[in-house]
Design a protein around this ligand. Structure first.
Ligand code: PLP
Length: 430
C-alpha cells in the first residue's frame, strides 16, 4: 500500500517513508491511497493479534511487513480493559495501563518500534525532538528509552508542567535528554520546528519528530477500539458506541478509521474542553482554528486540531456528510470538577479531567433518551492529575505501579535558555 498527502501535492510513498517523515513535504498529512476493504476480525484474539490483523493491509508490501506481528507483540504488552460503569449500559475503556499511564503510550511505543527497525544496524542515530506540555513527552521518552539507534531530546517549559510530569520527563537518562526551557510551550515548539527545518543540521544529525499527526502513532490506536468493540459484539450482539475526549483528534480519528475497517463500532461522539473549535464546526459553523485556552484537561488544550485535515479527507471534503456523522460537545472546567466530585461521591468512580469531559457528554446523551451500549475512552489515569482530582474527591488517588516506578527514579533536566544555538549544540554534541 502507498500513502499520499491530504494536500495532494507530494509523491506517494511507502508506509515506512511516511512513518519516518511524519509530515508530508507539502505540509499535508499522510493517508492511505485507498482505504483497505473491511477486515475479517475475530473476537477473543489478544490485543496484539487484533492489531496485527487490522493493520496488515497498511503494511502490505512495506519493508516492515514481516515485522508487524513482532512490533505489535512488543508494543502492546499491557491491557486495555473494557469495564462496566455504575450506570447501566455504560462502560469505560481504560487506556491508561501503559508505562506513563496515558493512551499515548500505545502510539508512542508502536512508533518507537517501527523507527528502531527502520534505522537498522549501525549508522548514525536518529534524533527525535519533542516539545511537550506534559503527556506526549513522557510517553515518547518512555517508549524510546534504550531503543537502539534512536535518541530523544524532550523540551518542556520550565515551571509550567506539574512536578509529577516534570519528574516523568527527566527520569529516563541514557538516550533520553530532558531540557527545561526558560520560556513557554510555544517557544519550545518553535525551537523544534526550526531544528526540523534546518537542512544543514539534518545533514549532520538526522532528526525526526513524534507528534500526533504521525501515522506510526495513529494506526496502532485503531487496535484497542477494535479489540473492545469485537469483544462486546461477540458477548452482546450490540455495536459499541464511543464518547472520546478530544484535542488533536488523534485518538478519535483512530476510532473512525477502525469503524471504516469494518469494526462493529456504532456512533463516535467527540467531547472537548472549553476549546470549542470542533463543537462550533460540527454545530454548523466554519472550521475556524483559534488560539488555545488553558483548562483542567490540559492535554486537550488545542485550538487547531491537527488531525482535522485527515477527517475531512476521509469524507472527501463533504462538510455536510461529515457534520451529519458526529456530535461534538464542549465541557467547561466547572462541570469537569462537578463530574469528578459527583461520580466519586455517588458511585466510587475516579476519573481524570479529560475522561470527565466524556463522562459528562455521555450523561447528557442518556438524559436526552439515548439508548444502546456506550463506552467512554479513559485517556489517562487520575493519579497523573492528582492536584486536580484529589481535592475534589477528598482523598489520595492510588498511583499505578508503572508510574510509581518512574516517580521513584532520580530525575534530571538541564536548564537551557530559549535560544536556537543552544538546541543546535545539544543535537550535535550528543
Ligand atoms: C493527548 C490526550 C488527549 C487528547 O487526545 P487527541 O488525540 O489529541 O485528541 C486526551 N486526554 C489525554 C489524557 C491526553 O494525553
Amino acid at each position: 500500500m502507498k500513502f499520499v498527502s491530504t494536500r495532494e501535492q507530494a509523491p506517494a510513498v511507502s508506509l515506512s517513508a511516511a512513518i519516518a517523515a511524519g509530515l508530508a513535504p507539502d505540509g499535508g498529512l499522510y493517508v492511505p491511497e485507498i482505504m483497505p476493504a473491511p477486515r475479517q476480525l475475530q473476537a477473543g484474539d489478544s490485543l496484539a493479534a487484533t492489531a496485527t490483523t487490522l493493520l496488515a493491509p497498511f503494511f502490505a508490501g512495506d519493508m516492515l511487513e514481516a515485522e508487524l506481528g513482532a512490533i505489535c507483540e512488543s508494543a502492546f504488552d499491557f491491557p486495555a480493559p473494557l469495564l462496566p460503569l455504575a450506570t447501566p449500559g455504560d462502560h469505560v475503556l481504560e487506556l491508561f495501563h501503559g508505562p506513563t499511564a496515558a493512551f499515548k503510550d500505545f502510539g508512542a511505543r508502536f512508533l518507537a518500534r517501527c523507527l528502531t527497525r527502520l534505522r537498522g544496524e549501525g549508522g548514525r542515530p536518529l534524533t527525535i525532538l519533542v516539545a511537550t506540555s506534559g503527556d506526549t513527552g513522557a510517553a515518547v521518552a518512555a517508549a524510546f528509552h534504550r531503543q537502539p539507534g534512536l535518541r530523544v531530546i524532550v523540551l518542556y517549559p520550565d515551571g509550567r508542567v506539574s512536578p509529577r510530569q516534570a519528574h516523568q520527563l527527566g527520569c529516563f537518562g541514557d538516550n533520553v535528554s530532558a531540557l527545561r526551557v526558560a520560556g513557554s510551550f510555544d517557544d519550545c515548539q518553535a525551537l523544534v520546528k526550526r531544528a526540523l527545518g534546518d537542512v544543514e543540521l539534518q545533514a549532520q544529525a538526522p532528526l525526526s519528530s513524534a507528534n500526533s499527526i504521525s501515522l506510526g502513532r495513529l494506526l496502532p490506536q485503531t487496535s484497542y477500539y477494535a479489540h473492545a468493540a469485537l469483544g462486546h459484539f461477540a458477548a452482546t450482539g450490540q455495536a459499541l458506541n464511543f464518547v472520546i475526549p478530544t484535542g488533536n483528534l488523534g485518538n478519535a480519528m483512530a476510532a473512525i478509521l477502525a469503524r471504516a475497517l469494518g469494526v462493529p463500532l456504532g456512533r463516535i461522539v467527540l467531547a472537548t474542553n472549553a476549546n470549542r473549535v470542533l463543537p462550533d464546526y460540527f454545530g454548523g459553523g466554519d472550521y475556524a482554528p483559534q488560539p488555545s485556552v488553558a483548562t483542567l484537561a490540559n492535554a486537550m488544550d488545542v485550538g487547531a486540531p491537527s488531525n482535522f485535515e485527515r477527517l475531512r479527507w476521509l469524507y472527501r471534503g463533504d462538510d455536510v456528510a461529515l457534520r451529519a456523522d458526529f456530535i461534538s460537545t464542549s465541557v467547561n472546567d466547572a462541570t469537569i470538577r462537578e463530574v469528578i466530585a459527583r461520580r466519586f461521591r455517588d458511585h466510587g468512580e475516579t476519573f481524570c479531567p479529560h475522561t470527565a469531559t466524556a463522562v459528562k457528554v455521555l450523561e447528557d446523551l442518556r438524559a436526552g433518551g439515548e439508548g444502546g451500549d456506550w463506552a467512554v475512552a479513559a485517556t489517562a489515569h487520575p493519579a497523573k492529575f492528582e492536584s486536580v482530582v484529589e481535592p475534589l474527591i477528598g482523598q489520595a488517588v492510588q498511583v499505578p505501579q508503572a508510574l510509581q516506578e518512574l516517580l521513584e527514579r532520580p530525575a534530571h533536566a538541564e536548564p537551557v535558555p530559549a535560544r536556537y544555538e543552544v538546541l543546535r549544540e545539544r543535537v550535535l554534541g550528543g
